[in-house]
Design a protein around this ligand. Structure first.
Ligand code: GTP
Ligand code: MG
Length: 195
């Protein structure tokens, strides 16, 4: 897909605030600071359409982006951010669950995990949740630039195992530093759109 013009549509928390059902939608979810907003910008060749930060917890709302009037990307609020209360965590759960179950044009959920680390309990729960809701759950491993080639393949194996992924399940390593994996992610998106 050639990306012409991308724009921010709106932020939402509640279902009533979601934009009208528009083109097919793809959502990005994962731990706070894993690189969701950065990946989104990389995919659409924009520096900062989605706001990024070295401080975790930057994205706290559901942010909708119109990609060339063809698809919609959704930057979901990150989880696992230590400095939140129990009540905030519960709210986060409701926000995500409502989104995943009610959004009719949602085609696929991409879950990002940091390639350097073992998936957390929350990563595993999220992955199982996505599958339970009937999505394939494509895993995107971020920050590949921080690992050597050898370490990268070791960690990919370890992450797949920890998440209980099968041979057919997809894990795409990416790096926003050197743009590695950008076309692999687009290939996955295009394949889903063709079905
Ligand atoms: P929240 O909005 O808090 O949920 O975080 P997020 O997942 O959107 O993370 P964000 O994209 O803001 O990135 C967090 C930090 O990681 C930033 O400092 C990015 O520059 C950095 N980062 C993201 N992707 C990569 C990558 O592929 N390689 C490296 N080296 N750094 C990255
Ligand atoms: Mg973000």
């Amino acid at each position: 897909m050639k990306i012409g013009n991308s724009s921010f549509i709106t932020s939402a928390v509640k279902y009533e605030q979601y934009p009208e059902i528009i083109p097919p939608e793809f959502a990005f979810v994962g731990r706070s600071n894993v690189g969701k907003s950065t990946l989104l910008n990389m995919l659409i060749n924009r520096k900062s359409l989605a706001k990024t930060s070295s401080r975790p917890g930057k994205t706290q709302l559901i942010n909708f982006f119109n990609i060339d009037d063809k698809i919609t990307f959704v930057d979901l609020p990150g989880y696992g951010y230590a400095k939140v209360s129990k009540a905030q965590k519960a709210t986060w759960g409701t926000i995500i669950e409502t989104y995943l179950t009610k959004r009719e044009n949602l085609l696929e959920v991409f879950q990002l995990v940091d390639l350097r680390h073992k998936p957390t309990k929350e990563d595993k729960e999220m992955y199982n949740w996505i599958k339970e809701y009937g999505f394939n759950g494509i895993i995107i491993g971020t920050k590949a630039d921080k690992l050597s080639k050898g370490q990268l393949s070791k960690n990919v194996f370890m992450i797949k195992k920890e998440l209980g992924m099968s041979k057919e399940d997809v894990l795409v390593p990416v790096s926003a530093m050197n743009r590695a994996g950008k076309y692999d992610v687009w290939e996955v998106i295009n394949e889903i759109l063709e079905v």
